[in-house]
Design a protein around this ligand. Structure first.
Ligand code: PA5
Length: 468
């Protein structure tokens, strides 16, 4: 299979499968087609006018060569540590989990590059444990600080902590060897520091929000360093670019995906569950969660009216969460749309061991490929959900390779753009994230946020009347 594909399957949301109440009827599909088709042209035009910058990421030859140059210079390091959060971390994690082996960090034989750590939190216990481990390995460790602004409290604190450690243990002159910055080309705190210290650096492209940035230098460097074929990743995205630009609704997987999601949202199914049946794909749901939530959760529509819109993305993992969530998914409120991720041909397989003589009832499993079991689990769960009239979509990966992961990422980014148009909102801003970020800096004592600090005061101390 030279060019494995990602395919979108939507029969299990139709009236034919789910009945009239929960399935989409032919005339409703006609309506969806009518409503969505103009947005395909509009998005293509916006993109041509340079207003949807993430759409051009698969074609950034200069970025790719800069990424490869730096990856080549640092390829002998033993540990590669990403310091970043949100859009500066989730894509890196998703690529690594999808495209490198489960035991990558632990088994030298399974590794094609350095160990990868993505520190996307400021948990002191986690950080201390990590610093204790990495402390005597700093000379073989590269830190990639990823932050568009450089003022994000989490990333900045990690960065300063690590820099101080490098300075103490290796000397200040080593900072420029051990830190690579991925940040704004011209402005911002991390750019200022980068220029002062002479770090190697890559660009967070202008006009591309963090959650749309995985195919830029933000996601590409850690992938390239860890042996992922970034050319194939981008080629897959470019392939999907063609498919999601097709003017015909029924041939455009992003348009139809967005339309189905919008249809259900407006009919009370406001929760979107993404459930991969593959451990490798599990962190793509995490990446999707941010993409969907930050892009579509908005107070105002484009005319400034209050709409308080936004589907709630939920991640689940098959088969694990069958034993945790499916009771709710089948018998609880019928308020969810399910998107399964399915792998047709797994890159590796295991034959299930023989059953003990004393337990002949287990013989049914024995001798089968584990890939058959996990895919039967997927079909079984989907069947059970359909029996309860729950709508189900499937994104099928012919194989999981950089090429199909690139397709998937681009498919969901374009789906998000179409969904934003259907909801009539600004898909690309995230004003609500900023208040929490500013409040943190205010609480930490920043004079830039003194007024905000006053407003927060009543919330700083717990009221004992309500503390039991
Ligand atoms: O999607 C987004 O814009 C956010 O999740 C940001 O990526 C995140 O807040 C990190 O911001 P920065 O890159 O400025 O550190």
């Amino acid at each position: 299979m030279e060019k494995p594909l990602v395919k979108f399957y939507y029969k299990n949301v139709t009236e034919e499968v789910l009945g009239k109440e929960h399935g989409i009827t032919k005339s409703q599909f006609d309506e969806l087609e009518k409503k969505t088709t103009p947005f395909i042209e509009e998005l293509n035009n916006q993109r041509k006018a340079g207003k949807v910058k993430y759409r051009d990421l698969p074609y950034q030859a200069d970025t790719v060569s800069q990424v490869k140059k730096i990856a080549g210079e640092i390829k002998d390091c033993e540990n590669f540590v990403v310091l970043g959060i949100g859009g500066s971390a989730l894509g890196n994690i998703a690529l690594q989990t999808a495209l490198n082996p489960y035991m990558y960090n632990l088994d030298d034989k399974q590794r094609k590059g350095p160990r990868l750590f993505v520190l996307d939190n400021v948990d002191p216990v986690q950080m201390k444990s990590f610093l204790d481990w990495i402390g005597d390995k700093l000379d073989k460790t590269i830190f990639n600080c990823i932050s568009k602004s450089g003022r994000t409290a989490e990333t900045a604190s990690q960065f300063m902590t690590v820099c101080e450690m490098i300075e103490k243990k290796l000397g200040k002159s080593k900072l420029k060897d051990n830190v690579v910055a991925t940040t704004d080309l011209k402005a911002g705190t991390l750019r200022k520091i980068t220029d002062e210290f002479g770090f190697r650096s890559l660009e967070v492209p202008d006009g591309v929000g963090g959650r749309f940035s995985v195919l830029s230098a933000v996601g590409l460097l850690s992938a390239a360093v860890c042996g992922i074929d970034i050319d194939l990743l981008l080629a897959g995205a470019a392939d999907m670019d063609k498919r999601v630009s097709v003017a015909e609704f029924y041939k455009n997987p992003a348009a139809i995906n967005a339309a189905i999601n919008w249809h259900y949202y407006t009919r009370g199914k406001k929760i979107s569950v993404m459930m991969p049946y593959s451990y490798g794909l599990k962190d793509l749901s995490d990446w999707y969660r941010q993409l969907w939530a930050e892009s579509l959760g908005k107070t105002k529509d484009l005319s400034g009216n209050d709409i308080f819109v936004g589907p709630t993305p939920v991640k689940a993992l098959g088969a694990t969460d069958q034993h945790s969530q499916v009771q709710l998914y089948r018998e609880g409120p019928n308020d969810k749309l399910f998107t399964f991720l399915e792998v047709e041909d797994f890159s590796d397989d295991v034959i299930i061991g023989k059953s003990p003589d004393i337990a002949p009832e287990l013989a049914v499993l024995s001798g089968h490929k584990m890939s058959k079991l996990i895919n039967c689990e997927k079909i079984g769960t989907e069947y059970a959900l359909i029996a309860s009239k729950r709508p189900c979509l499937t994104v099928a990966f012919e194989k999981v390779t950089p090429y199909t992961i690139g397709q998937f990422i681009y498919l969901f980014e374009a789906t998000t753009s179409f969904a934003g148009m259907l909801f009539n909102i600004n898909t690309y801003d995230q004003p609500a994230v900023e208040l929490g970020k500013d409040a943190t800096l205010a609480l930490m004592g920043s004079s830039d946020y003194a007024q905000l600090a006053d407003k927060i005061k009543p919330f700083k101390e717990k009221d004992n009347n309500f503390l039991i």
